[in-house]
Design a protein around this ligand. Structure first.
Ligand code: SF4
Length: 53
């Protein structure tokens, strides 16, 4: 299980105080390509929720 998830998506509602730390209980990462991902850029966080900026 991942702990202390670091994330620079500061526009996400789960990002704690915009300090590059994820506060979600769970995160769901998806493959954003039809074929199996082979680089990190081919994955995305589906748990993302837009923050009230
Ligand atoms: S839910 Fe995803 S995008 Fe949002 S802070 Fe956590 S890891 Fe980042």
């Amino acid at each position: 299980m991942a702990k202390d998830v670091l994330c620079e998506v500061n526009s996400c509602a789960y990002n704690i105080n915009s300090e590059n730390k994820c506060g979600a209980t769970q995160i769901y990462i998806v493959n954003n390509k039809k074929d199996d991902a082979s680089t990190s850029s081919e994955t995305d966080c589906k748990t993302f929720e837009p923050a009230d900026l």
